[in-house]
Design a protein around this ligand. Sequence first.
Ligand code: ATP
Ligand code: MG
Length: 250
Amino acid sequence: RKSVVRVTTGSQALDELLGGGIETSAITEAFGEFRSGKTQLAHTLCVSTQDINCGYFLFQLPTSMRGGNGKVAYIDTEGTFRPDRIVPIAERFGMDPGAVLDNIIYARAYTYEHQYNLLLGLAAKMSEEPFRLLIIDSIIALFRVDFSGRGELAERQQRLGQMLSRITKIAEEFNVAVYMTNQVIADPGGGMFVTDPKKPAGGHVLAHAVTVRLMFRKGKGEQRVCKVFDAPNLPEAEAVFQITPGGIAD
Ligand code: ATP
Ligand code: MG
């Protein structure tokens, strides 16, 4: 295994929960209720992963704000990436927002096949340039749209499995941290479909592919809570964090 690097989430409590941050050569998944901070963490990681990459502000960050050193690839399936959000987050980390944005390769995916082809293209790019982070927000959304018909679940899961093995290969081959968001499932209940914020979508196929599963929920006021849902080396504990203008923080 190549030397694993941990990327700070911006919250010390969350980093401690994760044993230091989001790790490279692994897949970290966040699922949970809407507005719980999954996409905001994606934006924060885009910045924090670069904190020792850009030569001229190399020394502006205390070493305690460790990061991953490399480019970022962002696959957006829901159209929720906001370059404007990167600016105050970069400023908080003492970084030049323009330089940070220049290091983010962004692509919007419109179908699951498009999503897969983007991954193939990224793998080629990663063999040429150093990347440290791959974000997929969300992994499942397009599968749910493209395989919405009855009787399509088996094929959906097969295609999802193919996509995930491609992602695992990227994580390991290029020593990249993969952060993906996931949705929660809707169960039929009382004649209606109700979402269950404690049940991640994607079934066993997704559960097996992911290294660290995190469940996010809203807490009091601006607080958010992250619980380790499933991870081989982490206790099933919780951490409280906040969403601030400067990104994820304590
Ligand atoms: P979904 O399931 O809908 O995709 P999510 O988990 O991705 O939800 P986010 O978009 O990450 O949710 O988080 C939304 C929350 O982030 C909102 O509560 C919003 O108030 C907060 N937020 C967004 N921008 C800022 C900001 N600039 N400053 C502080 N909080 C912000
Ligand atoms: Mg989101």
